[in-house]
Design a protein around this ligand. Structure first.
Ligand code: B12
Length: 224
């Protein structure tokens, strides 16, 4: 276990490495996190993802532009690759796990958040069918039917593409009412999710899996 001081230092190095798109710095700090016993999930969320949040602000302030965003994303992924095998989701117990179809909706190429959610599902023991980004709406319906997944998780990062989620929900409900649909992404709120008729919503990766497990339990109770 790292001391609080060492932990803070490593998180800061990861965060700054993403912001400054210093791939080597991120690589070394991610490895150091593991060597020093910093929790890998802590390092992802409070190091890498925290850095990406700052990148978002720099973009909003027009200090960073698209090329910088992509370089920052590359740095984030380098860290994620190192930390991912060491993440364990505790406190989930033997609750029922299941299958998830996940993707970013049509017209939207943002996939960093979606990939973090995917990671959480994987480490929690779910089977994940990742459709990627800019996914044609109909494909969510087809993949759910093909795999018989209990959950469909949709991500959207733009107010425009968010509307596609409503359509996916309608299309899925028409073909198969016994599916739990969960939404997420920066413009999505609990209110939007309710309005669109979704079953679940999570603001961050931190509570996405717990929310999914809750939805699966409800679904299984209804079917019993
Ligand atoms: C990185 C980025 C990009 C990168 C994306 C790289 C990639 N591979 O993803 C690139 C450069 C490609 C890009 C392009 C564009 N972008 Co952009 N981008 C961003 C930025 C800066 C950060 C997003 C990010 O990765 N955040 C970090 C991750 C970890 O957080 P997150 O995505 O929010 O995910 C978390 C939660 O939302 C949640 N979550 C996410 N998905 C899901 C799904 C489920 C099921 C659940 C439960 C939870 C969940 O959990 C995640 C982890 O905690 C945001 C700004 C911002 N402040 O968000 C703009 C932003 C999203 N982009 C924006 C825009 C406008 C664009 C462009 C149109 C720009 C342009 N003029 O070309 C294009 C769009 C192209 C397209 N058709 O999609 C706008 C959207 C505005 C709006 N509200 O509609 C934003 C908000 C910037 C802004 N303020 O204007 N972008």
């Amino acid at each position: 276990m790292a001391t609080e001081e060492v932990r803070q230092e490593i998180l800061k190095t990861l965060d700054e490495g993403v912001v400054e798109y210093e791939e080597d710095q991120v690589k070394e700090a991610a490895q150091r996190a593991l060597d020093e016993g910093v929790n890998a999930y802590d390092a992802v969320m409070n190091g890498l993802a925290a850095g990406m949040e700052k990148v978002g602000n720099l973009y909003d302030q027009q200090e960073y532009f698209v090329p910088e965003l992509l370089m920052c994303a590359d740095a984030l992924y380098i860290g994620l690759d190192i930390l991912k095998p060491h993440i364990t989701v505790e406190d989930l117990g033997d609750k029922p796990k299941g299958q998830v179809v996940i993707g970013t909706v049509q017209g939207d190429v943002h996939d960093i958040g979606k990939n973090i959610i995917k990671l959480m599902f994987e480490v929690a023991g779910f089977t994940v069918h990742d459709l990627g980004r800019d996914v044609p709406l109909e494909q969510f319906v087809e993949e759910q039917l093909r795999t018989d997944s209990e959950i469909v998780a949709l991500s959207a990062m733009m107010t425009t593409t968010m509307m596609g989620m409503k359509k996916v929900i309608e299309m899925i409900r028409e073909r198969n009412p016994n599916v739990a649909i969960m939404l997420g992404g920066a413009p999505v709120t609990k209110d939007t999710a309710d309005l669109f008729g979704a079953d679940g919503y999570a603001e961050t990766a931190g509570n996405a899996v717990q929310e999914a497990i809750k939805m699966i339990s409800q679904l299984r109770q209804m079917q019993a």
